[in-house]
Design a protein. Structure first.
Length: 397
């Protein structure tokens, strides 16, 4: 991997991808409910159980994963998703193509029932959870919003009580949406990590199941949007924002299972660069979060399993500033008539940052969510464009 880069630069990885992917993928596609499996690697047994779901995860395997079996797992998860929602569209927008100078396919995950891709993972996770724990009393989760809406949506469909823990000062719009889905909303902590720790305490106190924010079943569920996209159109590159990592890990899973050659580029906020710093350092590194707009990417401490998958399966990671994300929000509203949140605009921000190196390539971006508060959205739309970054299409002709 290249040395640590500053804001607006990319982290490029150099590694034996086949070996790394073989190591990383067993973590996700050896999950079996009610089945205990142990793999020994270098004389180390690595296991992980998730409460009473009895789920075993193998972190470092000793063999290449079976891609036929992996695709079957993803297809089965997708059918669970489609029982509750239709596939979302992928579309090219003429103004966005003109701004970019080539083809840009937009995956509209902002159009799911909760306005974000996370709902797919929640549906798959709760489908397994209900079968494993038919007498479950309730669940507890931590979120900045979209994961919590996923939990609320999936739990309400099954009649399961849900508590969602959010940090103080969380998005009012996302809080209201979660309450409307029937969750008990509790504010604890100054950031997501603090809320996550508080949620573990609440789950223990109540004896309820704690829903993780990153898990193989969540990855399988959200991978369904990437299956849709890769099957709909060939892509040279796909930009995917990174929060805790389920979306990009799902994209890597789908890409590998379908055996397509698309390069996947991760996107992090320059004001929440923990994943970029960890990849540059070759180890897990926590980093304070200061983003004012990309709350869906506001991760202070990476998930170690996600970090391994991202390291093995991405081409590089781009850091985008809050100013670039806000410009991308304006561009998406102007060119596609879509309202998106900060994380939802981050993929376009990265593509615009790298547009000079993407000439002639077919690019994909994921609008991961639409859940932005009206006050910041109004401020962003009213602000002028960034000089020298992404000029208006009218000025390009």
């Amino acid at each position: 991997m290249a040395g640590q880069a500053g804001h607006g630069e990319a982290f490029v990885f150099s590694c034996d991808l086949r070996a790394l992917r073989a190591r990383a993928w067993s973590c996700f596609f050896s999950v079996r409910l009610r089945s205990l499996r142990f793999f020994v690697v270098n004389s180390v047994i690595s296991t992980c159980t998730n409460d009473s779901m009895d789920v075993q995860r193998v972190v470092y395997p000793g063999s290449t994963p079976n891609m036929t079996e992996q695709l079957a797992d993803l297809e089965a998860a997708a059918q669970v998703v489609y029982a509750a929602m239709p596939p979302t569209r992928q579309q090219r927008w003429p103004l966005l193509d003109a701004r970019r100078g080539t083809s840009v396919w937009v995956k509209h995950e902002n159009e799911t029932p909760v306005g974000a891709f996370k709902v797919r993972g929640g549906l798959v996770y709760f489908d397994h959870l209900r079968r494993a724990e038919p007498d479950l009393a309730g669940v507890v989760a931590a979120t900045r919003g979209n994961h919590g809406q996923s939990v609320g949506f999936a739990a309400s469909r099954l009649g399961i009580r849900a508590v969602v823990v959010v940090p103080h000062g969380n998005s009012e719009t996302k809080n209201a949406a979660m309450r409307a889905l029937g969750v008990e909303l509790i504010e604890r902590g100054h950031d997501f990590q603090a809320s996550l720790e508080a949620s573990a305490d609440i789950a223990k106190e109540r004896g309820w199941h704690q829903v993780p924010s990153f898990h193989p079943l969540l990855v399988r569920g959200v991978a369904s949007y990437s299956l849709e996209l890769f099957r709909a159109t060939p892509l040279d590159v796909l930009y995917v924002p990174i929060g805790l990592g389920s979306g990009i890990c799902g994209a890597i899973a789908a890409r590998d299972a379908l055996n397509v050659k698309t390069r996947i580029i991760g996107v992090v906020s320059a004001a929440a660069p923990a994943y970029a710093r960890s990849l540059a350092a070759g180890r897990l590194v926590s980093h304070d979060v200061s983003t004012r707009i990309a709350d869906g990417m506001a991760c202070r401490t990476p998930d170690p399993d996600a970090l391994e998958i991202i390291r093995a399966g991405t081409d590089h990671v781009v850091e985008v500033t809050d100013d670039e994300v806000e410009e991308a929000i304006r561009v998406l509203f102007t060119d596609t008539h879509n309202v998106v949140e900060g994380a939802g605009a981050a993929a376009l921000a990265a593509l615009l940052q790298e547009r000079s190196s993407r000439h002639g390539q077919i690019a994909g971006i994921v609008l991961t969510g639409a859940n932005i508060d009206p006050q910041p959205f109004a401020r962003i739309i009213a602000a002028p464009a960034l000089d020298g970054r992404t000029t208006r299409v009218a000025n390009m002709r």
